[in-house]
Structures are given as C-alpha cells and as structure tokens.
Design a protein around this ligand. Structure first.
Ligand code: GDP
Length: 335
C-alpha cells in the first residue's frame, strides 16, 4: 500500500463523508499503474460498491472551441446554486499523443473549481484509451460513493473517446457551435444517434440567427433518426443555449431531468446501468487477459515465437491464436 495513503477503511470512510481531498487521493490511486496500487484501488472500489448512491452521469462531447469549459462552468454553477453537488471528470485521449492534458488547463472553470460543492478532475496525461476508460469509470464510481448528485464526463470529440463516454453515461449531450448547413454533414451519424440532447451553444449576439438555423437543421435531422425504445416521443432533441449569457441553461437542465425521470419510470435506467456494468466487467477481463499476454515473460516469448511463425507462413494466424489461448487457459486453471 502506498505509504502516503491512510488505511483503506479510513480512506473509504472519508470518501463516503464526501471529503474532496480523500476523493482526489483515491483518484490518484486508481490512476496509478503500480501493481500494489492497483490491488489497493480494487479493494477500495469493492469496499465502496453497493453503497446505493447514484449520481446523474452526464456525458458531454464537443470539439475544441465549441464552449465546453464555458458551458460546464455556467451549467455547473447553476446546479451548485440549486444545492446540488457537481463533479467534473475530463477524458482527453489526445493527451496521450501530445503528452499534455488539454482539458487539464488550470485556468478553466475558475468559479466552479472554487465552489465548495464542486469537484473537478482533469484528465491524466500519457495514458492510452483503455487506461483512460478504466480510470474514468472508476472515478465515476468514486464520486458517486462520495455523494455527488451530478457527474459531468467531458470529452473532446475525437475518435473513440465519444463512444466510450457515451457508454458510461446515463445521458449523452453533444455540444455544437452555430454553423452553416455543410457542418451538419460533419457530425458523424453514430454520434447523432448516441446523443440524447444536442445543444447549439453560442446562441447569443450576432450568432443568434445562425444558431437558430443550426438548431432547426439538427432538430430536422434528429426527427429522421430511428426512434429508440428508451426515449419518450420527443427525444432526442436539439436546443439552443448560451454558456456566456446563461440563456437556455435551465431549459436544457429540465429536459435532461425529464429524460432521466422517464427512463427511470420505464426501467430503462436500471437496465442501461446493468448493461454498462456487464460491459465494464467484460472489458476488465479482456484487458486482464491482454495484460497476461504482454506482461508474463514466458507467454510474451511464446507470442513472439508464434508471431514469427505466422509472419514466416509456417503457421496460420488462427492456429497460432488458438495455441496461445490454449496455453493461457492452462495458466488460468493452474491457478
Ligand atoms: P472548449 O474548448 O470547448 O472548452 O471551449 P471554451 O469554453 O474554451 O470556449 C471557446 C471560446 O468560445 C471562448 O472564447 C469562449 O469565450 C467562447 N464561448 C463559449 N461559450 C460561448 C457562448 O455561449 N457564446 C459566445 N458568444 N461565445 C462563447
């Protein structure tokens, strides 16, 4: 166990009591790749599991510059003022390439970061998507255990990160900027289908007319999508907001709440969470198996041998894969 950490029971108690420092420490623990820390992190999460606390998990995606931090600051402050506790977690897989965390910029969300009811955690740098995914899921579990009411999981609309965030959220929000009709084509259909609410930000000043048009375009596009059984009649929907003036934020929040309540009443909520938990379990097993393949020296050597044989045409890829999986299977049953 990490010497800087209090014992597990104390740490768990402090998290349950909503202590932000304990929460920050615990997130540092789950971000650690040291095997001993991993074991402690797993034990901590198990201790906190089943506490029955649920936060509304809101995934929020948008390209850089669309106004995510401005939105989160204004939206988060609105929720804080309504007496809610708000956590913000950032997912930034691009930091794995740049080595710096774009979403970790300290100057972002200044008011929110000082609010007593808020907890903001930037994305750790230099982690691969799998690591980011695990870290974020576990951080969500921790902030829920700490009694936060709403957790905003923010991501830049890059590659698989959007899908990953959508898969760990109760609601998924896509933030867009006002733009011409061509821009509509630029939003991937898959993301349109995943979004529960599309928010056209910057609906203020000179941009208001363009925002109105953009919003109508998206509302039209959403109507053409296949209806999802977990949605009431009028969802998914497109709305206009201004993160700067605050216009539309209360309406956006009441739409999110309406959708969440509807899903709860119609048991889609629990089913979605149960499916997500099953998916997480399978992901962990898969990651664990892959880790065995790459971490265990003997297995690694066998992998390399088989890989060479496949490259040399002596062995089919299917046979080589079957061989390695068989040897791994023997390892598992041996204990
Ligand atoms: P992020 O990269 O998505 O986090 O975007 P930021 O929140 O940093 O905002 C990018 C720029 O857009 C900044 O200059 C903001 O001031 C501006 N911006 C954000 N929200 C609004 C808005 O509602 N209206 C207007 N006019 N500008 C906005």
């Amino acid at each position: 166990m990490n010497a800087r950490l209090p014992d597990l029971e104390t740490l768990a108690d402090r998290i349950t009591a909503g202590e932000r420092r304990a929460l920050a420490r615990a997130i540092t623990l789950i971000e650690s790749t040291r095997p001993a820390d991993r074991a402690t992190a797993t034990a901590l999460l198990q201790r906190l599991a089943g506490g029955g606390r649920q936060a509304l998990r809101i995934g929020l995606s948008g390209t850089p510059g669309v106004g995510k931090s401005t939105f989160i600051e204004a939206f988060g402050m609105m929720l804080i003022e309504a007496g809610l506790k708000v956590a913000v977690l950032a997912v930034d897989p691009s930091s794995a390439r740049t080595g710096g965390s774009i979403l970790g910029d300290k100057t972002r969300m200044e008011r929110l970061s000082r609010a007593p009811g808020a907890f903001i955690r930037p994305s750790p740098s230099l982690s691969h998507l799998g690591g980011v995914s695990r870290r974020t899921r576990e951080a969500v579990a921790l902030v829920e255990a700490a009694g936060f009411d709403v957790v905003l999981i923010e991501t830049v609309g890059v590659g698989q990160s959007e899908t990953m965030v959508a898969e760990m959220s109760d609601l998924f929000i896509l933030l867009l900027a006002p733009a011409g009709g061509d821009e509509l084509q630029g939003v991937k259909r898959g993301i349109m289908e995943t979004a529960d609410v599309i928010l056209i930000n910057k609906a203020d000043g000179d941009l208001k007319p363009t925002a109105t048009r953009t919003c109508a375009d998206y509302a039209g596009a959403l109507r053409l999508l296949r209806k999802r059984p977990e949605d009431p009649e009028d969802f998914p929907k497109a709305l206009m907001v201004s993160a700067v003036t605050g216009t539309g934020l209360p309406e956006a929040w009441s739409e999110m709440q309406a959708l969440a309540s509807w899903r709860k009443e119609n048991s889609h909520w629990d089913r979605r969470r149960a499916d997500q938990a099953r998916g997480w379990f399978e992901t962990e097993v898969r990651a664990g198996l892959l880790a065995r393949l790459t971490e265990d020296q003997a297995t690694r050597a066998a992998m390399d041998r088989l890989s060479d044989a496949v490259a040399g045409g002596e062995l089919s890829a299917s046979q080589a894969a079957a061989d390695i999986l068989d040897s791994l299977g023997a390892g598992i049953s041996d204990g």
